[in-house]
Write a protein that binds this ligand. Structure first.
Ligand code: ZN
Length: 458
């Protein structure tokens, strides 16, 4: 091999030995860690000690990832019920407080925030997960990266920053996308980490201030924090004229990411185990089928852990794309972009997600007229069988847009491959109405907090 290509090959990985482990060796490593994690839980986690006893589980019998499939599932509700105010103690805390480096909380959008306790070792493991993702996306020493992700009680931005230290790139920790334009023109970042809508807003603001995005020299954007339609990603890529990579992370420790091949999100299988579960069937799905991602923390033998999770329902839906090696050289499995179950609604017995609405909005030709901002509300109709969905779309100028064609393109995309919804739409039991507004005219702009773009008001 040419020396230069061999050098480049090495730099494509953060931890090449682990990231390219053969399937058998990787499975053996996973099983060793499942075994250790279970015994650690039995010894150190008050919640899991009782859980094993209640469910007649002998921790010594759980020795492989296959064994996890026979254990019960826990949820965010379980975590919330086992911490104040539900119980006086944090029953998921699995290390002594003297070993805890930081304390975190989830955003609490669905009630009491869940508390997470991290040892410094866990910071290093979380940072390693991000570092592997960033390197797989082409980040290297010398990059300068604006982090628009919020710093605070969540883990993401903080551990991304430690990942930067381990790779050797520079962080510009703005924590949001409302930073002054000089952040870009003075420091010449090579990448920004944010979300689809943060990137759209920022592009619009730059255009308003007469800044040409193409002159900024950005090499890539990293999207995280929420699911998005492929069409929305393409639109952001066109606005910014650079690659857009997806990263899925949570305080619970998922942290999966797309490599430069864009063939799905790699799961760091040696550090977190994911199975796919169907809550309606109360069983795990067949390979390739869609279901809820169920997570188990994997601890290296001898490691300490502040909060560990076994068979934890993330309430995000995904499916396995492949466990075969990726063209990038990584062997770790790949999944589809997870969607939030909380953003799925059912009409006439058929489900759809906010991302399906987003796909309809971001149809390529629509984006000559639309800003990308949208919202959809579901209402009960006159009779019991009828559902009305009102889709609000923001236009640069509502008088200029060809609104009928925008609606048609939305419907073509939204109903495609959905026979139940198509039939309901055709017979009038599912009516879809459009409202076109000026920028700022959507209801979501008047509501506080994280925008909810699909709201069921039936
Ligand atoms: Zn890959």
């Amino acid at each position: 091999m040419h020396p230069k290509s061999s050098l480049m090959d090495e730099t494509r990985f953060f931890n090449k030995a682990v990231e390219t482990l053969g399937r058998d060796e990787l499975d053996a490593l996973i099983d060793e860690r499942v075994s250790y994690t279970i015994s650690y839980a039995a010894e150190h986690s008050p919640f899991y000690r009782d859980w094993f006893r209640t469910h007649h589980i002998d921790p010594g019998e759980v020795r492989s990832h296959e064994d996890l499939l026979s254990l019960p599932i826990i949820s965010g509700k379980t975590v919330r019920e086992n911490q104040p105010p539900g119980t006086p103690e944090f029953r998921f805390l699995s290390a002594s407080m003297g070993d805890i480096f930081t304390i975190h909380e989830t955003s609490g959008t669905s009630g009491v925030p869940k508390s997470f306790f991290l040892t410094y070792e866990e910071w290093l493991r979380y940072a390693e997960k991000y570092a592997r993702i960033f390197v797989s996306q082409g980040f290297k020493k010398g990059d300068r990266v604006v982090v628009c992700t919020t710093y605070g009680m969540n883990v993401g931005a903080n551990t991304m920053t430690l990942a930067a230290h381990r790779i050797g790139f520079t962080i510009i920790p703005t924590g949001n996308c409302n930073f002054p334009v000089r952040t870009l023109t003075n420091y010449h970042p090579t990448a920004i980490i944010g979300s689809v809508f943060k990137f759209i807003h920022l592009a619009r603001r730059l255009a308003g201030e007469g800044i040409s995005i193409r002159d900024l020299g950005l090499e890539r954007l990293v999207v995280g924090g929420e699911s998005f339609a492929q069409e929305a990603r393409e639109y952001v890529g066109e606005l910014w004229d650079c690659g857009v990579y997806n990263t899925y992370g949570s305080t619970e420790g998922t942290m999966c990411g797309e490599c430069h091949q864009l063939t799905g999100l790699h799961i760091p299988e040696d550090l977190v185990h994911i199975d796919i579960y169907d809550p309606a069937m109360a069983e795990f799905v067949k390979e390739g089928e869609c279901g809820r991602a169920v997570l188990t923390t994997l601890l290296p033998v001898g490691a300490k852990c502040g909060t560990l999770l076994i068979n934890y329902d993330t309430e995000d839906t995904t499916s396995v794309i492949s466990r075969e090696p990726c063209p990038c050289g990584r062997t770790h499995m790949r999944i589809t972009n997870p969607q939030r179950e909380a953003e799925t609604v059912w009409v006439n017995g058929a489900p759809f997600n906010r991302v399906d609405i987003e796909r309809g909005v971001f149809q390529h030709e629509n984006m000559q007229y639309l800003t990308g901002e949208y919202e959809a509300f579901l209402y009960a109709g006159q009779d019991e069988q009828e559902t009305i969905m009102r889709v609000g779309l923001e236009c640069e100028d509502p008088d200029l847009g060809d609104t009928r064609h925008i609606g048609d393109r939305f419907l073509d995309s939204f109903l495609k491959g959905r026979p139940a919804l198509t039939a309901a739409h055709a017979d009038g039991s599912f009516r879809i109405l459009f409202r076109f507004t000026k920028p700022g005219g959507l209801e979501l702009h008047t509501l506080k907090g994280r925008p909810k773009r699909l709201v069921d008001r039936r």
